[in-house]
Structures are given as structure tokens and as C-alpha cells.
Write a protein that binds this ligand. Sequence first.
Ligand SMILES: CC(C)(COP(=O)(O)OP(=O)(O)OC[C@H]1O[C@@H](n2cnc3c(N)ncnc32)[C@H](O)[C@@H]1OP(=O)(O)O)[C@@H](O)C(=O)NCCC(=O)NCCS
Length: 308
Amino acid sequence: MPGKTDSSTTGFEWRLLPEFSDLLNRLGPHGFRVWPAVPAELQLQLEVLRVDPEQEIVLIWSDNRLCGYAILLHERDIDRTVSAVAVTSGCTDRAGPLVDWVIERAASKNVSRIHIALRNTPVEPIKSLKERGFKRVTASLELTLDRADAAGLTDFPLPDGFSIRTMRSSAETLLLTRMQNTIFSKHWGFSKNTPEEIQARLDLPESGPEHVLFVESPDGSVAAYIWTALEWRDQHTGGKIWMTGVMPDFRRSGIGSSIVSAGVRHLLAEGVAQVHLEAVAHNAAAVRIYTQMGFKEAGRVEWYELEL
Ligand SMILES: CC(C)(COP(=O)(O)OP(=O)(O)OC[C@H]1O[C@@H](n2cnc3c(N)ncnc32)[C@H](O)[C@@H]1OP(=O)(O)O)[C@@H](O)C(=O)NCCC(=O)NCCS
């Protein structure tokens, strides 16, 4: 059981997965992840995160029913812990102690800061965070593009000699890992991935190499990629742009717009009704690309930080 608990606070155990999944569904979208609706899919997501659920998730109960939780992911390479905390409307008085547990647990891991993402929903303990000194540091935009609005997607041609192809197979996992780590090295909140983590995500349903596109330069090196996925909710009617980027030497020549439009077309060809993604609000190039293609802001995720 993680840390200090009392009878109405327990650690996560795998046998509680169905109840935990039910809690997440009752809470609705919140925190740094929109969780899958079905327990089996939630289990797969929990397994690919850098988290040992039995150590890093705490659950709170009221009348033998779950009414809140907190989860932590420690990212040592960027010296932070990322957390989500949420409580149902009947348990708002338990939010403060949950945040205290997060602070205590992160401090015991010797990281310098905690980041908590809030989607500005009632289930999230904004007041408790502010009272404990958390400050808003940045925001991510939730952007969506409906199928009907994508019909007239302008063509964004690649520079001469460049071409797009699908990732060949897991034989290119190392290449994808290197690209992701290089492209995002200066990106806010990015923590480097190992090839094993990338492979685990490729192995998730509808997230594999067939949904990854590469841009090849005339000399055969890979200049850009987009990693899309079909959403598990609602019979795969949603499509997601999970990660995309252009290698530093190839930026500002139109490749970013081309790869994103190719990714959107790929998802539309798969039959999705809507494409969505999250982009850091201060990422001018990314926001420019998506708004140019007709993506609209559907929500905002505010990131709060506590220096330990
Ligand atoms: C975002 C990124 C993919 C853009 O790739 P790119 O190949 O440089 O983009 P393009 O050349 O197609 O430019 C697209 C638009 O963004 C603008 N743009 C590009 N870089 C910019 C910058 N640093 N600041 C402001 N605008 C910029 C371009 O002028 C162009 O707009 P225009 O059509 O009105 O002229 C690239 O910078 C990158 O990989 N960044 C790191 C990873 C990342 O942030 N990924 C997106 C996460 S959601």
C-alpha cells in the first residue's frame, strides 16, 4: 500500500481495476490523460505508463464506493513528477489530503517539481492546489477537426525530392525512438523514451507502425514523422495525432504542414469522424499548422507546478 493510509484510503490493487475504471468514467475527462472507458483497455494504458499502479495510485472511498484518486509518474530525466488528482462531488473535502499525499510521495522520490494538469472540471482540486503553492505554468490546447470540416483540406506539398511512406514494422522502432527524442528534446515537459516504451506504445491496439508515417529526404534519411492512432472509445470513430515533428535541420520548409496533412488524411481514410490532439499553447509553429488546417480549440488543459 503506498504511503500513509487509513480505512477510507487504500492503495490500488489490480483486483480493483473494474471499480477504478468505473470511477474514472464517473469523473469524466480530467488530468493529463483521457482514460479508456473499458477496464481491459485501461489496464493496457496503465501498463505502458511509467508507473507501478500498486505503488503510485492511491484511492479514496466513501460508503464502500470509490470517490477519488491520485496517480503519480516520476520522470527523473527532467526532474519532475507528473500527477493527476480528482474527486467526485461528494468527496471534495478529501481533495486536500490527496494533494498532500502527492506532495509527500513526490518529495520522497527527490524530484524538484510536481506538475499537475487540470482540465478545469469540477472534479479537480484547483483550490487545494493553489492553497499549497502550486502556480499555473503553461497550458495545452485540445484541438479537434471534424470530418466534414476536413473535406476541403488544402494540399501541402513536400519540397522536391522528399516523399512520404508508412513505417515498415517494429524493425524501425529504434529509428522512431531516436527521432522522437531528438525532435522533442527542447519541448516543454518532454521526457525521453526508451525503445521499450516506444515498442509498448506501438503494441497498443490501433497505434502500431501502420499508423506511423515518415517523410524521407532525397538522400533517404528520415526528416519527419507523424504517429497517429485510432481511439478506442466509440467504436474507433475518433482519431488521434499522438506525436509529430520535423528533425531540426529540416524545419521551416513546409514539411511540418505536409506530414500533418498526410496524417489527417490517413485517419480520414480509416473512417474516423473527428481528429484530435493536444498542443502546448506557446508552440507557435504547431498551433499555426493546426489552425491553418481548420482545427478548432475544444478545450484547454492548464498545467500547475509546485517547486519542492
Ligand atoms: C512544429 C514543427 C512540426 C513545425 O515543422 P516545420 O516543418 O518547421 O513547419 P512548416 O515549415 O510546415 O511551417 C508551418 C507553419 O508554421 C510556421 N512556423 C514554423 N516554425 C515556426 C516558428 N518557430 N515560429 C513561428 N511560426 C513558425 C511557418 O511559418 C508556417 O506558417 P505559414 O504557412 O503561415 O508560413 C517543428 O517545429 C517541430 O518538429 N517542432 C518540435 C516538435 C513539435 O513541437 N511538434 C508538434 C507537437 S503538437
